[in-house]
Design a protein around this ligand. Structure first.
Ligand code: 81H
Length: 519
């Protein structure tokens, strides 16, 4: 038999090569599934379930319009359907519940009704490792958050501020984005999406995890961490184990980074030096669950990966957005400098934790940045048992996902005047902060999720990193304001958001042009 001759299939039209038959079959299949999918949406609408956003392609559903601009997608569909609707996203049915009530419904959902680990573990576990965060029962996560949180005290923050400042100065001096060893440099251009992630990882590792962990980022960790990072992307959210190089590199890097933390742990045990106020030391001392089970070293190692990864993308994105907004408003930079002088004196002594608490304009800049650019636009939970939506006849069926978008009220003019304007001043007027005019609403909305401003989420999964983020961002920004004046590169406007990454990033080129302030 002639092995190399193309396979030929007999048919009504004579003989066709196999490839034609396959292509034709695929085409027929696609056309039929599109037709079926459309007919099904038009003919069978379940009145007891939320309306479904119309889509031509089965499985893909609304992936393109949601993925390009989720806020526009939410707004468009809110006009059509109201606060509650369902859309198909890459094989999953996502039910959105918008507004403060929707946030409360999802973020304060009962543990037996909604599960974060069922929504996120396939993304996070291959990156963080086993036994922690979403790879354990929720009760364990609650205690892990407590262990980590117990390290995030005011005395710890006091010790962090000078450590952050030292890391920032060291980075400026050596980085080509700043002085590149030439301290006399008076002007330059900085690609923020390069500089801010680096400053974030150096400052977070130094403070939250200690000198020894920080030192690893000058050696083995930098590349490994990069590989881990590239496994923390939307493609791996959809296809956790897609056989591409980033998947294999992610898996290898997870093991190596985790092993390296275990070496650090062993070394700290050997020397008995647990003096630094970092989370690793707190866990080594205190991480015993209520049932008497102690976290293993492996679990502590993996928790360290998760904590660093959590702070990394969110903080780097936020500092970048803040610096871009200030770049568009030189006058605001001058007022921030005046605040530095007012709080730290005309000699501008080194900033301390207690100084940061006095810098209301600076904190309002961070607050306003998070209002306009919360790092996570969508928070998801898997529905574990049929869920009825209060005030509607809708039942969200088990197996669906629910999606909260805390960023939606934050840009709604019902809650924030001129929501698209960057105006840190708005936070000075309490009445502009949280509009709870309708107190009958307040009564129906329970703990924590009633605010229209939730950049750190709410409920049992609320972020524990908020105070640390303010310390880290506040210190980095204080130094920046003292050292530089800057504008957005090429006189451009603040870039539009890019939603194709894990967190909402400014689109490229996110560069600034700076000059040194003469002191
Ligand atoms: C991204 C997400 C998403 C990203 C959800 C959850 C997480 C996270 C679209 C995180 C991030 C929060 C986290 C850690 C470490 C940790 C605990 C939590 C989305 C939707 C959801 C894009 F379109 F779980 F991974 F679907 F990092 F220990 F892709 N990350 N996080 N970090 N700090 N705070 O919640 O949109």
């Amino acid at each position: 038999m002639a092995v190399l001759a193309p396979l030929v299939i007999p048919s009504a039209f004579g003989s066709l090569p196999l490839s034609y038959v396959l292509a034709g079959g695929t085409l027929v299949f696609v056309v039929l599934s599109v037709v079926f999918n459309v007919l099904q949406q038009v003919l069978f609408r379940n009145p007891n379930q939320p309306p479904v956003v119309f889509h031509f392609l089965p499985w893909f559903g609304s992936a393109v319009s949601y993925g390009m601009d989720p806020y526009k997608f939410f707004e468009d569909n809110r006009k059509k359907f109201g606060d509650v609707f369902t859309f198909v996203l890459l094989g999953r049915r996502m039910t959105v519940a918008l507004g403060p009530k929707g946030n409360d419904f999802i973020l304060n959902g009962k543990l037996s009704d909604v599960s974060a680990e069922e929504a996120y573990a396939h993304l996070t576990t291959p990156v963080f490792g086993r036994g922690v965060i979403y790879d354990c029962p929720n009760a364990r996560l609650m205690e892990q958050k407590k262990f980590a949180k117990s390290a995030l005290t005011v005395p710890a923050f006091r010790s962090y501020v000078p450590l952050i400042a030292a890391e920032v100065r060291k980075y400026w001096l050596k980085s080509p984005e700043f002085f590149e060893g030439d301290i006399s440099r008076q002007k330059g251009t900085t690609r923020l999406m390069k500089a801010m992630p680096e400053m974030t990882i150096f400052t977070a590792s130094r403070t939250l995890q200690g000198k020894d962990v920080r030192a690893k980022f000058d050696e083995s960790f930098a590349d490994l961490y990069h590989d881990l990072d590239r496994g923390f992307t939307p493609i791996h959210f959809v296809f956790p184990n897609i056989p591409i190089s980033s998947t294999f590199k992610r898996n290898a890097a997870q093991k190596k980074v985790s092993d390296t933390y275990m070496e650090v742990i062993n070394e700290r045990r050997r020397t008995g030096d647990l003096s630094e106020l970092d989370i690793l030391n707190t866990c080594l001392r205190d991480a015993v669950y209520k049932d008497g089970v102690r976290m293993t070293d492996r679990e502590i190692a993996n928790l360290m990966i998760g904590i660093l990864m959590g702070g990394q993308h969110t903080s780097a994105a936020t500092s970048t957005w803040a610096i871009l907004h200030l770049g568009a408003e030189p006058e605001l930079q001058e007022r921030l400098l005046q605040e530095q002088i007012d709080v730290c004196g005309p000699e501008l002594r080194d900033v301390q934790y207690d100084d940061l608490q006095q810098m209301s304009l600076l904190n309002n800049v961070i607050r306003e940045t998070l209002r306009m650019h919360p790092p996570l636009h969508s928070l998801m939970r898997k529905v574990m048992s049929d869920l009825s939506v209060a005030g509607t006849r809708y039942i969200v069926p088990r197996g669906d996902y629910v999606l909260a978008a805390p960023g939606v009220p934050m840009i709604d003019n019902q809650y924030f005047k001129e929501p698209r304007t960057f105006n840190p001043e708005r936070w000075l007027e309490a009445k502009n902060m949280i509009n709870l005019a309708d107190s009958s609403d307040a009564a129906t909305i329970s703990k924590g999720a009633r605010s229209p401003y939730l950049p750190f989420g709410a409920g049992r999964h609320r972020c524990i990193g908020e105070q640390f983020a303010y310390v880290q961002l506040g210190t980095i920004m204080s130094l920046f304001i003292r050292e530089f004046k800057w504008t957005i590169y090429g006189g451009a406007k603040v870039p539009t958001p890019d939603y194709s990454s894990m967190v909402t990033l400014p689109g490229e080129p996110s560069s600034i042009t700076w000059t040194r302030r003469t002191k």
